[in-house]
Design a protein around this ligand. Sequence first.
Ligand code: SF4
Length: 221
Amino acid sequence: MKKNIPEKGAVLQRDGETYAIKVHMPGGYTTPQELRTVADVAERHGIPTVKVTIAQRIALIGVPEEKIDAVRADLGELEDGATGLCIRYVKMCPGATWCKRGHKATHDIGMAMDQRFHRLQVPWKFKMAVSGCVNDCTEVCIRDLGLIGTAAGWNVMIGGNGGSRPRFSVLLVENVPTENEALAVLDKVVDWCKSLERKCRIGKVVEELGVEAVRKQIFGQ
Ligand code: SF4
């Protein structure tokens, strides 16, 4: 029985034979050159399906095992999307740079989050997002950790997830004034998550301990 090959970013498909290779495109931002590379690789290797994913990546679906290395090599500098027990992605909405409803620009802070956290090993599956306002188009409400822009700063939200036991994230810190301070808070939260021995979504831990106790454990106050 074949399995996922996380070190190659290859995920076994339903047919039990072929794989999906995910191309990491932070926040869904890409360039014409990157798209040409993906298109060329798909054509060259006869990959039957190319899909934009929910994680704002592109997946090449239906890659036979013997072609994985060649596909990866031809993708060149395009990084593969994280799989397994790690921080899988940081979703980003367009934010106030482009969206007329946004309170905060999300591009720079989202990219900083991606550089810091994408692929980081944690005890369990972990997803992040940043939204530029409370409309929350990237659904921080169901991510393990994320930021929502407000008129006064960034709300840090923790403990959301989808799946068979969905949970809404809860407010951990309100209106953190600057991007650097918000990133520093995220660093502390992620360090705390990494230190946990529990093998479960963070939302389950938050649910069991209560957000006050979690706050105390993370910030010591
Ligand atoms: S969350 Fe707010 S800023 Fe981001 S796309 Fe939605 S409405 Fe615009």
